[in-house]
Write a protein that binds this ligand. Sequence first.
Ligand SMILES: *[C@@H]1O[C@H](CO)[C@@H](O)[C@H](O)[C@H]1NC(C)=O
Ligand SMILES: *[C@@H]1O[C@H](CO)[C@@H](O)[C@H](O)[C@H]1NC(C)=O
Ligand SMILES: *[C@@H]1O[C@H](CO)[C@@H](O)[C@H](O)[C@H]1NC(C)=O
Ligand SMILES: *[C@@H]1O[C@H](CO)[C@@H](O)[C@H](O)[C@H]1NC(C)=O
Ligand SMILES: *[C@@H]1O[C@H](CO)[C@@H](O)[C@H](O)[C@H]1NC(C)=O
Ligand SMILES: [Ca+2]
Length: 527
Amino acid sequence: MLYLAAFFLHCLPLAMGQYDICKSWVTTDDGPSWEFYACQPKAMRMKDYVTVRVDPAGITCGDPPERFCTHENPYLCSDECDASNPDLAHPPRLMFDSEAEGLATYWQSVTWRRYPEPLLANITLSWNKSIELTDDIVITFEYGRPTAMMLEKSLDNGRTWHPYQYYADDCMEAFGMPARRVRELSATSANRVLCTEEFSRWAGSKKEKTVRFQVRDRFAIFAGPDLKNMDNLYTRLESAKGLKDFFTVTDLRMRLLRPALGGTYVQRENLYKYFYAVSNIEVTGRCKCNLHANLCTFREGSLQCECEHNTTGQDCGKCKKNFRSRSWRAGSYLPLPNGSPNACAAAGSAFGNCECYGHSNRCSYIDFLNVVTCVSCKHNTRGQHCQHCRLGFYRNSSAELDDENVCIECNCNQIGSMHDRCNETGYCECKEGATGPKCDDCLPNYYWRQGCFPNVCDDELLLCQNGGTCYQNQRCICPVGFKGVLCQQSRCEADKKDCDGAHGARGGPGTVLLAVLTLQLRAWADL
Ligand SMILES: *[C@@H]1O[C@H](CO)[C@@H](O)[C@H](O)[C@H]1NC(C)=O
Ligand SMILES: *[C@@H]1O[C@H](CO)[C@@H](O)[C@H](O)[C@H]1NC(C)=O
Ligand SMILES: *[C@@H]1O[C@H](CO)[C@@H](O)[C@H](O)[C@H]1NC(C)=O
Ligand SMILES: *[C@@H]1O[C@H](CO)[C@@H](O)[C@H](O)[C@H]1NC(C)=O
Ligand SMILES: *[C@@H]1O[C@H](CO)[C@@H](O)[C@H](O)[C@H]1NC(C)=O
Ligand SMILES: [Ca+2]
């Protein structure tokens, strides 16, 4: 109980105080109304909401049952791990349970019986929700801390991973990195990923049990050693690029790379004393709600912000329908002490009735026209209220005016169409002979060759004559002795000089075939 009280006191400066209400009912000269503030949920014990995965399969001890011993008592290997016996099993959930005082319950890995093959284990924690860390991550190891491990994080529910911190008794040897301490970091390096030797050296397994990811020490760079100057921290979180994201995670992964060695080299004759055992993983943080909620609840298996300020989504990351007269924005810690709510506004309420359907944040007054107009419409929109689509785009009939997908690119075929504009249903204006919504097809009796051209020949009306063959509607390939578009003209009639050649050609069918082939080859070469 004493321990619990100490824990809460410890959390106090971060868990309470500023930004804890989203709105209040105030009376002004114009009568009572709501006033809105930036707000965030309280910090919570995040291990209560986590799902865990331990890899690889078969890394948890007890299947089959296995003996182990400790570094303190290396010759008494009588302890047993047995997954089928509740009293001797060490499943992953024991890293997150509430322990009665003095009785550690823990997940335990198999022993290092495959030495020198490395003993590797991944412990992956997932929340399916963005979380902002507010205190140190504390991992408690029974029977000694790993001599090498790594902490990774994901910001996108496990799709991509990034290193968060490296831990080793020798950083240079394990990771090729110089050893550093978080306390040595400065304001400009507060979000640096480093390797530390503080939590990996052997000091007796009972004495030093914890491995930390030091959130408080990093906060202290801005807020002072007792975190008294939180205003300065909040100001920095708002202004320093990437700082807020550094403390935000959706998933964490501990990669255990080498177990505790008891302060000496690996003793191959007794591998029963090398394994990992984790009794607790404490993660303290708050739901990330973009300063639009002060409550976060566990519903249908996931954490969910209770969004205010007419925002919605798991992280209050967008405006509610019909509240999109300007683009969504996160609330801000600034100006101190109440911040800015940056609430979403109902259609028609913002900027003296200048509706921009959420495609612009700015309006400007045009003096000589006496109108207020939206500035820099986004999402390919244009117009006084960003209510039209830009040239080259057309209105998506299944999207509302305030939808980001409201304008669709016309995508007119550059050769087949007159220009890159289209009508309200996405139809482009085609050049002669072209057709289809995008003008990339040809009408009947036209062929495509860098545009549509009328057929020169075909199998119906424009037949090639005198035994000529129609090549792709583009030209007749005439037998020797004939020419003209449809091979309708005898070379003898047209030009006496040709007659001799034609005469000779009559000699045998092989020569005619050769001539046709030559012509065909020429036609191909032209293409
Ligand atoms: C642990 O996760 C990393 C990716 O973060 C992966 O490369 C590695 O193979 C995993 N190790 C095990 C033992 O599953
Ligand atoms: C993650 O959260 C979202 C939003 O609450 C929910 O729709 C989804 O089913 C959750 N996914 C898992 C795997 O729990
Ligand atoms: C949200 O919309 C409601 C109307 O549904 C309005 O009464 C309230 O003031 C709005 N809140 C904010 C922060 O704009
Ligand atoms: C039209 O809008 C709907 C609703 O937002 C969207 O799902 C769809 O993808 C959009 N269509 C196109 C072609 O962008
Ligand atoms: C767009 O053009 C196509 C083809 O010319 C036509 O069928 C359609 O009715 C036109 N749509 C509108 C809204 O004018
Ligand atoms: Ca435990």
